[in-house]
Design a protein around this ligand. Structure first.
Ligand SMILES: [Zn+2]
Length: 278
């Protein structure tokens, strides 16, 4: 049996993929640039400034089904297509293992030879994963966001108890519990997808010196820190002597956290403008 901690870690990794998916789609259409501010910061700032606007990630057509005449960032497109494919294939595999087949209904009149057909209500249950066919993308048309949520539901054993219908009949559960080998597969793929997304967005754990933009308060060297699933931070290398009105981190460095970064970027741009004017 899998430890609940490993399942919840996998669900959190899929949530990260969904949360960063909008940033990844923006990255596909943005040329990779070493310009200021670094991509990690600009993505974070754009998200902060548009915090009230839910990006239309859920409704975007999947990249695997779209034409890309001239993607501006091939690495981002490659990562996004790989993640989509991994999630779609995983959903296919899990559905084959635990999704209840569509119920059948007798559609012939009493006394006539029996003719059976799919129960259309059951077939169109939006919780179902629909396989693609040569003419129809099935559930893949809803994109990576939907596929990730669907896999999360299987990891969390959602909809695994029999359901009472409006007419008081009881229908077997839509999904069975994942056997261990499918859990293992889902946990492995969730980790792989998260790593792909965070690496291409440069949000994996790393520290990058900010070149040519010294601390506006003490001219010390600034360092940009990112870590899996966390907002970026910037620290000043001068330690506690830096007069910036900010708390100290565990290494006694002034630190600009998620909400302080807008003011830091503004101050750095003002300093750069003054430098140019001088
Ligand atoms: Zn400083």
């Amino acid at each position: 049996m899998y430890q609940p901690a490993r399942l919840h870690r996998a669900v959190a990794q899929l949530c990260t993929v969904r949360r960063e998916w909008g940033a990844l789609l923006v990255a596909v259409e943005t040329p990779p640039a070493a310009a200021w501010p670094p991509a990690q910061l600009s993505t974070h700032l754009a998200q902060q400034l548009s915090a009230d606007v839910e990006p239309l990630v859920a409704d975007r057509a999947p990249l695997t089904l779209r034409e890309h005449p001239a993607p501006l960032n091939l690495a981002a497109l490659d990562a996004a297509v790989r993640v989509e494919t991994l999630l779609f294939d995983l959903a296919d595999t899990l559905a084959a293992g635990v999704q209840r087949p569509i119920a059948r209904q007798r559609i012939s009149s009493p006394g006539r030879p029996a003719v059976w057909a799919d129960d259309l209500t059951d077939a169109s249950d939006p919780r179902r994963w629909v396989y693609r066919s040569p003419t129809d993308p099935g559930s893949r048309r809803h994109g990576a966001h939907f596929a990730a949520m669907w896999v999360e539901g299987r990891l969390l054993d959602e909809d695994t108890t029999p359901e009472r219908e409006a007419n008081y009949t009881v229908r077997p559960a839509l999904f069975g519990l994942l056997p261990d080998h499918l859990r293992h597969e889902a946990i492995r793929t969730a980790g792989q997808c998260e790593r792909l997304v965070l690496r291409v967005l440069e949000l994996d754990a790393r520290s990058t010196p900010i070149e040519g933009r010294p601390c506006p308060w003490c001219a010390g060297d600034l360092m940009l820190h990112t870590a899996d699933g966390q907002a970026p931070r910037v620290t000043c290398g001068s330690g506690p002597t830096c007069p910036a009105p900010l708390p100290l981190d565990e290494e006694q460095r002034r630190v600009w956290g998620a909400t302080d970064l807008v003011s830091l970027v503004t101050a750095l741009e003002r300093a750069a403008a003054c430098g140019r004017a001088a």
